[in-house]
Design a protein around this ligand. Structure first.
Ligand SMILES: [Zn+2]
Length: 216
C-alpha cells in the first residue's frame, strides 16, 4: 500500500474559470501524480437563454469533462443558478456537500476565487469556500485565490505563489478551446492569457507562469 495521493481542490464558479485561473498549475500537479478535483458550482445556463437549461447543462458538462481530461483532473458539478449562488447554496445543500467533500478528500491545497473579484458568482464561491474551510476542525488546507480576468489583487499583503507552467501552458490553452459553446466569451482573452502567463513567468525567470495569493 503506497502513501495516499496528495489532493488539491480547485473551486470554479463557472465551467471555464478553473481552466483560465489555474489550468497550468492543475496540469503540473496531476503530472506530478497529485489528485486534482475541480468543483464547478454552476453550469452557467444563462449564457444561452434561447436553449433549454438541460441542453446547456449537458453541453457545458461535456465541454468541462473534455477540458478536465486534458488536465487530468476530476470534476464535480453543483447546480447553483447564476446570480443566486448564496441563496441556492443554502437551499440546495451545497454547503453540506462541499464540507463533506473536504472531509472526505482532505485536500492540502484549495484554490478559489478572490473576494475582490467583481463578479457576484465568483465572490459567492469565495464565501462558500471559506465558510466550509472554517468549519473544518482538524488540519486545515492552505487556501489560495486565483484571478479570472481581473487582476488579483491590488492591495494584497498575501504571500504569492508562482507556479512555473512553461510545460503545461499549451495544455491550458487546449483545455480552454474545448469550451466551444462560449466561443464569443473566450475569443479575445487568449491574448490576455498569453500576456499574463509571460508576465508571471518573467517574475520567476520562466517562460510562462501562474500567480496565486495564499490567504489562509
Ligand atoms: Zn466565471
Amino acid at each position: 500500500m503506497g502513501q495516499a495521493k496528495e489532493t488539491i481542490i480547485v473551486c470554479s464558479a463557472h465551467s471555464d474559470d478553473f481552466v483560465i485561473g489555474a489550468g497550468g498549475a492543475i496540469a503540473n500537479y496531476t503530472n506530478e501524480g497529485k489528485k486534482v478535483i475541480a468543483v464547478v458550482f454552476s453550469y452557467g445556463e444563462k449564457s444561452h437563454p434561447w436553449l433549454k437549461e438541460q441542453i446547456v447543462q449537458k453541453m457545458r458538462s461535456e465541454e468541462t469533462l473534455e477540458a478536465s481530461k486534458l488536465l487530468k483532473c476530476e470534476t464535480i458539478f453543483y447546480d447553483l443558478r447564476e446570480l443566486h449562488f448564496l441563496e441556492d447554496a443554502k437551499s440546495r445543500g451545497v454547503y453540506e456537500k462541499f464540507t463533506a467533500l473536504l472531509r472526505k478528500e482532505k485536500p492540502v491545497k484549495i484554490f478559489t476565487h478572490s473576494n475582490e473579484d467583481p463578479h457576484p458568482d465568483h465572490k459567492g464561491v469565495h464565501e462558500i469556500t471559506l465558510t466550509c474551510v472554517t468549519k473544518l476542525q482538524r488540519k486545515k488546507p492552505e487556501v489560495y485565490i486565483y484571478s479570472v480576468w481581473n487582476p488579483v489583487s491590488f492591495k494584497t499583503i498575501y504571500p504569492k505563489l508562482y507556479v512555473d507552467i512553461s510545460k503545461t501552458f499549451s495544455l491550458k490553452l487546449a483545455a480552454l478551446k474545448t469550451f466551444h459553446s462560449q466561443k464569443i466569451h473566450v475569443a479575445y482573452p487568449f491574448v490576455l492569457l498569453l500576456f499574463r502567463a509571460i508576465t508571471e513567468g518573467f517574475r520567476i525567470r520562466k517562460k510562462f507562469g501562474e500567480k496565486f495569493f495564499r490567504i489562509r
